[in-house]
Design a protein around this ligand. Structure first.
Ligand SMILES: Nc1ncnc2c1ncn2[C@@H]1O[C@H](COP(=O)(O)OP(=O)(O)OP(=O)(O)O)[C@@H](O)[C@H]1O
Ligand SMILES: Nc1nc2c(ncn2[C@@H]2O[C@H](COP(=O)(O)O)[C@@H](O)[C@H]2O)c(=O)[nH]1
Length: 181
């Protein structure tokens, strides 16, 4: 039986990476390691529970103390995954999952080597737009994601697995089967 892994859900923003990560993670008993971010919640009345929101001061302090396994700056906001959260689970023999852009996926791969399993999730551009709009993503953000679609999609060739997310339950089932084979 191999040891615990770091599963990185990456790919196209809006393709359903978090939805699929949650489904697979729950089914296989992986621990979710949420990213910290200085970005404002998109819906302040009901902040997205997939992130840990914090001030820029707090983020910078933790960063200077080396608390993050990786960080990224995106559109003026900072994002990062706390090393101790990730490694506590691995030390306890439990796999973890994170949802990151390709820069984050590369950084995790560099640090955790073969223990890193990158799962690239994508759908076509029209579906990305529909899905982002359906969850109320601001117009400029949707546009930014669509503009980077062609660049982002090339990263799939570097990932251990690639899945098109048409039907969410089916996608999760296929991933489960692939990673437990
Ligand atoms: N297979 C699917 N069919 C239809 N809708 C889906 C499917 N998968 C996810 N969705 C929906 O699409 C939207 C985007 O999904 P999700 O937030 O998981 O994507 P993401 O890639 O993590 O996005 P972001 O980059 O914005 O964080 C959500 O409203 C989600 O419920
Ligand atoms: N490199 C990292 N990327 C991250 C992290 N947390 C989230 N993300 C990715 O950033 C973009 C923008 O996210 P948004 O929710 O503000 O639209 C998206 O691709 C996320 O998956 C992280 O810690 N490191």
């Amino acid at each position: 039986m191999p040891g615990p892994s770091v599963f990185v859900f990456t790919g196209i923003s809006g393709a359903g990476r978090k939805t699929i990560a949650r489904k697979v993670g729950e089914a296989l008993g992986w621990i979710a390691v949420r990213s910290c971010t200085t970005r404002e919640p998109r819906n302040p009345a009901a902040p997205d529970s997939d992130y840990r929101y914090m001030s820029r001061e707090q983020f910078d302090e933790w960063d200077s103390e080396g608390k993050f396994a990786q960080t990224a700056s995106i559109s003026g906001n900072r994002y990062g995954v706390l090393r101790h959260e990730l490694e506590a689970a691995l030390s306890a023999g439990i796999s973890v999952y994170v949802v990151l852009n390709r820069e984050g996926a590369e950084a995790i791969r560099k640090q955790y080597g073969d223990r890193t399993i990158r799962i690239f999730i994508y759908v076509d551009k029209i579906t990305v737009r529909e899905r982002l709009e359906s969850k109320g993503t601001p117009f400029e953000t949707v546009q930014r994601y669509l503009d980077s679609y062609t660049d982002e999609v090339t990263y799939r060739s570097k990932c251990e697995y690639t899945f098109e997310n048409v039907n969410a339950d089916r996608t999760a089932e296929l991933i489960r089967a692939a990673v437990t084979r």
